[in-house]
Design a protein around this ligand. Structure first.
Ligand code: C5P
Length: 247
């Protein structure tokens, strides 16, 4: 069971705007506003265009600011405070930054949003990057199965006051069980049955991911590369609705 059963199907979808081009991003955001839960903007656009570029690209759509902060607690707290000015709905940090860093991030989000009188962003953790296999993890001194580390970091994120984690589809069931019904699970690597997988390997359909316990789905190319992105987003929401997994 997902932690947000009251969400409407389309509200579960965050569209990944993976481009450094403001015009392209803002055209997509504008076309999709209201048909999806929001847009995810990350390091590519932020680094190329800065906070004003992010604001312009999102164009008022709910924002998942995917900057994956990882630094000493004081620096991450400062970055989170600065990020709150963009009024993100969700922002993220690396859980491997540790307890003090995550606690500082959660506290900074709370304080800054109170100061600004805006809704507090959900702060979520990134556990283990899915680009790392077990050999890569061993090379950086991390032994044992990756899924054990994912679970350890998710529990630490929860204990440090974060609202949830980003996880791969294959980790949803494990983390839903370990972290309970109220912990936000935000899941990329989603492919509708009618779309092409591209370079994503461990994929799941939107319906299966939500049925397994995902709250939000991060979906990029099945929407952004579609001939008609709005139609693709609506079709995904309709698939979710038809599957009845959001009731
Ligand atoms: O186009 P696609 O649906 O594959 O895009 C997925 C989005 O989620 C991209 O922004 C990608 O960077 C991000 N992501 C991912 N896999 C992860 C973590 C993040 O695809 N494990």
């Amino acid at each position: 069971m997902a932690s947000s059963p009251a969400l409407k199907p389309h509200e579960r979808i965050f569209v990944g705007l993976d481009t450094p081009d403001i015009d392209k991003a803002s055209r997509l955001a504008k076309a999709l506003i209201g048909a999806v839960g929001g847009v995810k903007i990350g390091k590519e656009l932020f680094t190329a265009q800065g906070p004003d570029g992010v604001r312009m690209a999102a164009g008022g759509a709910p924002l998942f600011l995917d900057l994956k902060f990882h630094d000493i607690p004081n620096t991450v707290a400062g970055a989170v405070r600065a990020a709150v000015h963009l009024r993100p709905k969700i922002l993220n940090v690396h859980a491997s930054g540790g307890r003090a860093m995550m606690t500082a991030a959660a506290e900074a989000a709370r304080e800054a949003s109170e100061d600004l009188g805006v809704e507090r962003p959900k702060v979520i953790g990134v556990t283990v990057l899915t680009s790392l296999d077990e050999k890569d993890l061993e090379e950086v001194g991390q032994k044992g199965p990756a899924k054990d580390q994912v679970k350890r970091l998710a529990l630490l994120a929860q204990d440090s006051g974060l609202d949830g984690v980003v996880c791969s589809a294959k980790e949803i069931a494990l983390l839903r069980k370990a972290c309970g019904p109220d912990f936000l699970l935000v899941v990329p690597g989603i492919r509708p049955a009618w779309s092409v997988a591209g370079d994503q390997k461990r994929i799941m359909t939107p319906e299966d991911a939500v049925a397994a316990g995902a709250d939000h789905l991060v979906i990029g190319r099945p929407i952004t590369a579609a001939e008609d992105p709005l139609a693709a987003a609506r079709r995904i929401a309709a698939d979710l609705d038809a599957a009845g997994v959001t009731a």
